[in-house]
Design a protein around this ligand. Structure first.
Ligand code: SF4
Length: 218
């Protein structure tokens, strides 16, 4: 399906997807400032840390983390408590530290020290779910992918882009509705929009700049 026919599908639902996407680009930009990393495994670890934590919290721990653990071997050789110590200001740090150690060990011993470029392989790594894997592939390899978190799930339903009852179903719907060039940015754009305007508690439609094209399924 080409770009224009995707838009026509949405036009049939009386939702002007093109106008919404243009406005989201205007409001939130088309690229997000990424985490600091040197190697592929470091970006993967940063994204693992960002689950249920803010980017700011993650940004604050990364310089110390990379200083203490400059390569995979240093993570593999470390005591778990040393990893915990470095990331303790981030949510769920004990689980994350254990997963980081297991993930880095697997990368070094089974993957030749390289994070695979394929989602089915990436999600086999400890602590790496579909969302983390998709974000990693998008940020490191530029692979198009839609990541559905709580904000994307909620706002996609409100706009009328999706009806699915699970993140996996919404991911499939969004990949049908949105042109591919928007897949990698829709996640952060809707996160920003979900924090600022279309919040979980209340959709502030009266001050929303996409209200004129939104299905407002509240
Ligand atoms: S705030 Fe209202 S108009 Fe804006 S995206 Fe949410 S539901 Fe749509």
């Amino acid at each position: 399906m080409d770009k224009n026919s995707r838009y026509e599908v949405n036009a049939g639902k009386e939702i002007n997807t093109r106008a919404i996407l243009d406005m989201l680009d205007q409001m939130y930009g088309t690229s997000k400032e990424g985490f600091s990393f040197g190697a592929d495994w470091q970006l993967l670890v940063a994204i693992m840390l960002s689950a249920q934590s803010t980017d700011k919290q993650v940004d604050e721990v990364l310089p110390g983390l990379w200083k203490r653990f400059p390569d995979l071997q240093s993570v593999v050789d470390a005591d778990l408590s040393e990893i915990e110590e470095q990331i303790k200001s981030v949510g769920l740090y004990k689980n994350k530290a254990a997963n980081i150690k297991k993930c880095c060990t697997k990368l070094l011993t089974e993957y030749g020290g390289k994070v695979p470029a394929d989602l089915e392989q990436v999600v086999k790594l400890p602590g790496v779910g579909r969302k983390t894997g998709t974000l990693f592939l998008a940020d490191f390899y530029g692979t198009p992918g839609v990541t559905v978190d709580t904000h994307v799930f909620r706002i996609s339903h409100r706009i009328g882009w999706a009806e699915g009852s699970t993140p996996a179903k919404v991911e499939q719907e969004l990949m049908r509705v949105l042109p591919k060039e928007h897949w990698n940015r829709i996640n952060f754009q809707l996160i920003y929009h979900g924090r600022a305007v279309c919040t979980a508690r209340k959709a502030r439609c009266e001050e929303c700049r996409i209200r004129e094209w939104c299905g407002k399924r509240l």
